[in-house]
Ligand binder design. Structure first.
Ligand SMILES: C[C@@H](C(=O)O)C(=O)SCCNC(=O)CCNC(=O)[C@H](O)C(C)(C)COP(=O)(O)OP(=O)(O)OC[C@H]1O[C@@H](n2cnc3c(N)ncnc32)[C@H](O)[C@@H]1OP(=O)(O)O
Ligand SMILES: [Co+2]
Length: 133
């Protein structure tokens, strides 16, 4: 079952510059920063009520965030929905013929289990599903 929007992923060129805007100008607060090697990103999480903003800077010129920015510039790269059972949700989507990027959960930020659905199967938005304690 999908519980809520967990976070909105925003691709940025420079995490420090983005933090400057979100913290100093908007008045929000980064609570956690982490490198997720598996996704070739450095992330900063900013709580906004019941959901968070995830700022993403690429750690390599060939990662998904670098490729996204090269093609589209900075901006919203994905939306993440919290699920209570990721394996079960992936099996259900696979049975429904949905194109999955990840058939098995991978490790995400903050110890979450994550998996992506292909934007061509979701009416144009890259969707992440995540399960966390
Ligand atoms: C840390 C973690 C966490 O929260 O815990 C994260 O979020 S990590 C967040 C970063 N990690 C990821 O994004 C991992 C999953 N992403 C991927 O595997 C990749 O980025 C893909 C989504 C498959 C795109 O791959 P690639 O750039 O090689 O393909 P491509 O440029 O040929 O794109 C194929 C088609 O999908 C579209 N497309 C590509 N990226 C898109 C996006 N973010 N949103 C909407 N559409 C997108 C392209 O425009 C293109 O459409 P046309 O054919 O019409 O031109
Ligand atoms: Co994410």
């Amino acid at each position: 079952m999908i519980k809520k929007v967990d976070h909105i992923g925003i691709a940025v060129k420079n995490l420090d510059a983005a933090k400057e805007f979100y913290e100093k100008i908007l008045g929000l607060k980064v609570v956690e920063e982490e490198v997720v090697e598996d996704q070739k990103v450095k992330v900063a999480f900013i709580p906004t009520g019941d959901s968070e903003v995830e700022l993403l800077e690429s750690t390599t010129p060939d990662g998904p965030i670098a490729r996204y920015i090269e093609k589209n510039g900075e901006g919203i790269q994905h939306i993440a929905f919290r699920v209570d059972n990721l394996e079960e949700k992936l099996a259900q989507l696979k049975a429904a013929g949905v194109r999955l990027i990840d058939e098995k959960p991978r490790r995400g930020a903050g110890g979450a289990q994550i998996a992506f659905l292909h934007p061509k199967a979701t009416c144009g938005t890259l969707v992440e599903l995540c399960e966390r304690e």
